[in-house]
Structures are given as C-alpha cells and as structure tokens.
Design a binder for this molecule. Structure first.
Ligand SMILES: Cc1cc2nc3c(=O)[nH]c(=O)nc-3n(C[C@H](O)[C@H](O)[C@H](O)COP(=O)(O)OP(=O)(O)OC[C@H]3O[C@@H](n4cnc5c(N)ncnc54)[C@H](O)[C@@H]3O)c2cc1C
Ligand SMILES: *[C@@H]1O[C@H](CO)[C@@H](O)[C@H](O)[C@H]1NC(C)=O
Ligand SMILES: *[C@@H]1O[C@H](CO)[C@@H](O)[C@H](O)[C@H]1NC(C)=O
Ligand SMILES: *[C@@H]1O[C@H](CO)[C@@H](O)[C@H](O)[C@H]1NC(C)=O
Length: 488
C-alpha cells in the first residue's frame, strides 16, 4: 500500500514544486482551523488518524497526501476550500472511501476525511433523519433500527453514505422506495465560494437536482436529510454459496426470479465469481419481512449449496453479515452495463464472461473476477418524477445495472485489467443489444459503478449542459476541479 513512498526519492526533483505548495497549503490550513478540526501530516502518525483518513476499500484508490484534514465544522471547510483555491492545491474529499476509481477520493495534496460529521438525528414529527457526511451506512442502521425506522441505503457493510447518495444509491429498499437520492429532503453544502447553505427543492431547485448524481462538483456536503420508512423488526435473508456444478441451476432460478417476482419487498444479488479456477455464485436473498411468501425464493432454496446463512433476523444483522471485503486490501476496479432485463440467455452470457475473462487473465497473480446480477423491478425508477435528478437522465425505462468488479494484487497489472474490464462491458453490451434482442441503445450507465474514464455522455447524457451551467454558477473559480471524479 505504501509503494508510492518508495518512489518518492527519485521523483522528488520533478514534484518538489508541487509538494512545496501543498506543504504550504497544509501549514496555512493548520494555522487557520478551529479546535474542532485537526491536520495530520505524517504517514508515521502513531495515533492512526493519518492511515485511517486515507484508507480505501480498494488499495488502488489510496494515495499518500501531503497532509490529511479532519474538519469538525462547516466553517472550517469554508477555510480549507479558500486555501486550496488560493494555492491551487489538489485535494480530495473522502466519505466512506468505497470508490473503486483511483483519484476520485484521494490526492497527493490536501486529503479531507469527513469522519467528524457523524450525527444521526431522527425527527419524529417529520419522520426525516439528518445524517453526517462522514458516516458509514452501518452506523446509520444501528441507530435507526431500535426506533423502528430505516432509510434507503447501502446493501453490504462498510459503504459510505456520502458518495453512495451523491451518485444515486441502489438499495435493498429501492424496489419499494426508489434510489437513495430519490429520498433526499435537503443537503447542507459548503459552496466553493464560501457560503454554507441548505439546498432543497424550495431553496435552489437546480442545485438540488444537480447534487442528485453530481458527486463533488458543487462543493462539500456536510449533512444529508433523508426520508425514513417503517422497518419491520425482523427480515428474512442471507448468503448462499453455490459451486460450479450448480451454476446452471442458479442461473435458471435467477432468470425465473427476474421474470416473475413482482413483490417489491423481495430482492436478490447473484454474484458470479471466478476464483481459483472455478466458477461459483454468491447468492444474496432478501425479504423485507420475517418470512417470504412461498414461491419467491423456492427455486434457489431447492438447489444444493455449499453453505447458507439465510434466516429470519434484523435488517442490521443481515447487512453486517453480507460479504463486503472478500478482497479487502487488493487493487480493484468496477465497470457497468445497463440492461433492460435478465432473461436466461443474458445471465448465461454473463456467467460465460466470468469464466472466459477469469481464465484469460489467470496468469496475473491474485486475480478475482466478479459480476453482480441485480434484477430490480422494471418500476424501480418510478418512485421519483422524470427529470427530478441529474442521474438517471431518463426514467422512461427501468434500466438494470450490471456491476463488473475485478480485483488483483500488483500495480504492474493495472492497465491489462482496466482494458479487460472495458472490453468485457463492451462484449456484454454487444451481446445484449445484438443476439440478446435488448433495446438498450442510449441507456445511461450508473455513475457509482462506472470506470473512471467512462464519458460524461454515457452517464449524464442530455443533462451535461445544465450540469455545467450550474457548476459555473456555484463554482465560478472551478475550485472543485482540483478534486478528482467525473467533472462538469
Ligand atoms: C463493497 C461495495 C459495495 C457497494 N454496494 C453498493 C450498492 O449496494 N449500491 C450502490 O448503489 N452502490 C454500491 N457501491 C458503490 C458505491 O455506491 C460507491 O463506491 C460510492 O461512491 C461510495 O461512497 P463512499 O462515500 O464510500 O466513497 P468515497 O470514495 O469516499 O467517495 C466517492 C465520491 O464521492 C465524493 N464525496 C464523498 N464525500 C463527499 C462529500 N461530503 N461531499 C462531496 N463529495 C463527496 C468523493 O469525492 C468521491 O468522488 C458499493 C461499493 C463497494 C466497494
Ligand atoms: C479563488 O481564487 C481566485 C483566483 O486566485 C480568486 O479570484 C477568488 O477570489 C478565489 N475565490 C474564493 C472564494 O476565495
Ligand atoms: C471484514 O469485515 C469483517 C466484518 O465487518 C471484519 O470483522 C473483518 O476484520 C474484515 N476483514 C478485513 C480483512 O478487513
Ligand atoms: C455459454 O457457454 C456454453 C458452454 O460453452 C454455451 O453452450 C452457451 O451457448 C453459452 N451461452 C451464451 C449465451 O453464449
């Protein structure tokens, strides 16, 4: 993880100018911040703050910054943004650190970690909850569950509230209530021009729209206000692992589920993995109540499995027990295809891709190839009005996001793996739109699954001009362009 450090002595002459500026920015920030905030400037920091601030789910998303900052107030974020703008210092904003895109929440300059924004404040009158932008969904679920309330949030343990929400948010609750961004009531935002504002439909409808999909283009979010819904005390769900000899049966069950189940409380993720030369399926099943009605999951339950943890339990327990860090510490990248449906031949093609790419790349050490089939209901985007958010640019069709995820060990393999995941997404698109007969030309792709160099056109389509206009109004000096990500 610290291999970048070893390179520093040889690269130092080249970058000493940049580093000196960043060091100056760090010193200015240290001097200007209130007691609520702290700056850490050494990888050797024995308190662990520096390491915790920069760490990501994927090692390839971590860089060594000049310093890390843990702001404790929105006012201190105003100061940080003023200084990085004045000194033109590259910076990063990290929420839960779960992006698989290098440089999206990391930097060699000033690294802002949002952990200190950790409030979970439920309002009984409005039934809304205020969430700090430094939270993981686990922390939110743990606090809301005893109140009998829940939000539309992450599906597995460890994912951050901020990036997830600002990119859309596909949840176990999406069939019932929409994307996480669809449940937003207000966003507290530090604008790059130094104002701290609460953005809502009433206060600034355009900016509110832009933030629902627009990530860090408009400033730094400190708090989200989300709608909540009643949470049944017990849900049903868990993980079942099927080995290669049963993969065809799982594919048939998955296609059957996708074609016939209309109960919005039911959800699955079928994850096709290539691991140690074998195809396997990790099957997550979820029902938002203590027992699913018979018929919904029967075909999965009838298939012989390796192990299964499916049972009646609390929602928080279910999310915590889901596999989220299988390759924790490795390098990782995502990519995505938006499909219209998941019929048998489509899922079979995806299973074949898993096998084919896995064996093709197996020469590269520690490789792990994974495809998440996520059959949401065709109606899942109808919980918010057409044109109510920057993403998706159209809700006319219930596009289904397929997530591709590859993990590997050595940075020497980066380009080979990036090429392979782009090529596989293209092959799946070509099959679906060709032989598969799916009418997916022009489907937008999901930004939280898109590889770093997907075009803005692929993601935001006809919304790019409006997103850029709002960016020019809110961030006239283009300060947020000093942070990585998809940029308007
Ligand atoms: C194991 C795993 C499971 C996942 N499961 C799901 C899932 O079920 N559904 C789904 O939709 N997605 C899922 N994702 C994708 C996830 O939504 C994205 O990776 C998301 O961006 C993570 O948010 P984060 O805050 O953890 O990430 P970060 O890496 O911290 O941030 C991501 C982006 O958001 C920006 N950002 C972060 N905080 C702020 C802020 N306060 N203000 C402005 N910009 C900010 C960052 O600058 C960065 O560009 C998963 C990812 C992983 C690795
Ligand atoms: C950002 O920097 C520009 C150029 O140096 C400067 O004109 C502007 O006032 C700065 N903006 C803020 C909000 O400090
Ligand atoms: C993976 O997650 C589990 C549960 O959250 C945790 O106990 C474990 O330490 C994690 N493993 C790694 C390698 O991070
Ligand atoms: C997947 O591979 C199998 C075995 O090689 C083949 O019979 C099948 O037609 C393939 N499926 C698709 C959709 O290409």
């Amino acid at each position: 993880m610290f291999s970048a450090l070893l390179l520093l002595p040889t690269l130092l002459p080249l970058f000493s100018h940049v580093l000196a500026d960043a060091a100056d920015a760090c010193n200015q920030i240290k001097d200007a911040l209130s007691e609520a905030s702290d700056v850490y400037d050494s990888v050797l920091d024995i308190t662990g703050h520096f390491a915790n601030d920069i760490v990501h789910w994927a090692a390839s998303s971590t860089q060594i910054p000049e310093c890390t900052v843990e702001p404790g107030t929105a006012e201190d974020i105003v100061t940080i943004l003023r200084i990085v703008n004045e000194t033109q210092t590259p910076f990063a904003v990290k929420g839960g650190g779960h992006t698989a895109n290098p440089g999206f929440s990391s930097t060699t300059g000033v690294h802002i970690a949002m952990f200190r924004f950790s409030e979970v404040t439920y309002d009984e009158e409005t039934e809304n909850v205020i969430l700090g932008a430094g939270l993981y969904w686990d922390e939110v679920y743990e606090k809301l569950e005893p109140l009998g309330r829940m939000v539309v949030g992450g599906r597995v343990s460890g994912v951050g509230v901020a990036g997830f929400t600002l990119g859309g948010g596909y949840s176990w609750k999406t069939n019932q209530y929409g994307l996480t961004a669809d449940t937003l009531v207000a966003i507290e935002l530090v604008k790059p021009t130094g104002e701290i504002v609460t953005v809502s439909e009433d206060s600034d409808a355009d900016l509110f729209w832009a933030l629902k999909g627009g990530f860090n283009n408009y400033g730094i979010v400190t708090r989200f206000t989300l709608k909540t819904h009643a949470q049944p005390e017990q849900i049903w769900g868990g993980l079942t692992i099927y080995t290669s000899d049963n993969v065809d049966a799982v594919t048939a069950a998955c296609a059957g589920f996708s074609a016939s189940v209309t109960d919005p409380k039911a959800g699955i993720i079928s994850t096709y993995n290539y691991v140690l030369g074998q195809l396997q399926v990790l099957q997550l099943m979820f029902y938002d109540g203590p027992e699913p009605p018979s018929g919904i999951f029967d075909s999965f339950l009838a298939i012989p499995h390796l192990i299964s943890s499916v049972k009646t339990r609390t929602f928080f327990d279910f999310v915590q027990s889901s596999p989220s860090n299988l390759t924790s510490g490795g390098r990782a990248v995502f990519n995505t295809v938006s499909l219209e449906s998941y019929p048998l031949d489509m899922i079979d093609f995806i299973a074949n891709q898993t096998q084919a790419v896995g064996s093709k790349l197996s020469l590269h050490s520690g490789l792990f190839i994974s495809y998440d089939v996520e059959p949401f209901l065709p109606s899942h985007l109808s919980h918010a009005a057409e044109g109510s958010s920057a993403w998706p640019p159209t809700r006319a069709k219930g596009l289904l996001p397929l997530n591709l995820y590859y993990a590997w060990g050595s940075d020497l393999a980066d380009d080979v793996v990036f090429d392979a995941i782009r090529e596989s997404a293209q092959e799946i698109y070509d099959y679906a739109s060709g032989e598969g007969g799916q009418d997916i030309a022009g489907f937008p792709v999901y930004p939280n699954y898109a590889i770093f160099d997907r075009s803005l056109e692929d993601i935001y389509q006809g919304n790019i001009a409006k997103l850029s206009e709002i960016r020019a109004r809110v961030d006239p000096y283009n300060t947020m362009a000093l942070a990585g990500g998809f940029k308007f």
